[in-house]
Design a protein around this ligand. Sequence first.
Ligand code: 13P
Length: 271
Amino acid sequence: MRPVIIAANWKMHTTPADAGELATTLAARTAIEGVERVICPPFVCLAAVRDALAATPAGAGVGVGAQNVHHELSGAYTGEIGAPMLVGLATWVIVGHSERRRDAGETDELIGRKLGRALEAGLRPILCVGEQLAEREAGRAEAVVASQLRGSLAGFGGEPGALAEAGLVIAYEPVWAIGTGRTARGVDAAAMAEAIRSATGELGQGFAALADDLPVLYGGSVTAASAGEFLAEPAIDGALVGGASLKVEEMAGIVARAGLTAAGRRAAGVA
Ligand code: 13P
C-alpha cells in the first residue's frame, strides 16, 4: 500500500520573487491522479511557494518541504533554522542530503537528531542515503547505506512507530549520480530499495512494521527521459528530483510517468 511520490529539490535555486510562479506552473502541469507531489524550495522561498500554491486550485495537492532542519530546537546557532520555525511554512523536510553530508559535515548521528526534531514539529521527513562511487565499485554500496540507516535511525532515539506515523520516506541517492547526468541502473536502484527495507527491518524491535510500507524514492539525474527506468520498478516509489525539477516540461514528463506507476498499482490492488 505504498504511495507514489515525486519530490522536487530546488537546492540553492529560485528567489522569493520567482519561486511562487514556478511552483504554481509546476502544480498546474503535474496534476496527475495518484501521485503525491512535494516542492522543496530554499528556506527564504517557503512562504512565497506556500502562498502561491494556496492562491490557486491547482496548488491544493502539492506539499511544501524544507531542504534541511537544525538538530536543536532553538539556541545560539547563527544562520540556522529550527523545526518549530518551519511550522506553518512546510509540512515536509529533507534530512541527510549528501550535499549537506559533504559540505556541512553532517553525520548519521546528527541526521538522526534532525529526524527527531522534524517529528516533534509534525514534519514528514525524507531521509537521504547513498554511497560514493568508490564504495559501489568496491561492492560496498548496500553495507554503506545500511550503516547510514542504522546510524541515523538509531540516533533518532524515538520509537520506530513514530517514524511510521510521520510517514518517513527514504530517498536513495547514489552520490555519483547527483548532478552528473549519470543515473544508476533501474535494477540496481530497485535492489537497493529492497536492501533499504531489509536493513530497516533488521534495526530492532518495531522496525519491521516500519520497513514493510517504507516508501523509497530514487534520486540522481532523474529526467523525463530517465524516470521510466526507475518508476517501472515495483520496489521504487517515486523520485527526488534536483536539476530537472526547475524545468516545467521535465517535471510534467516525470509526474506523468509516475501516474502510470500509480495507475498500475491501483489496477493491481496494491496502491
Ligand atoms: P539531480 O537530479 O540534479 O541529480 O539531483 C538529485 C538530488 O540531489 C535530489 O535531491
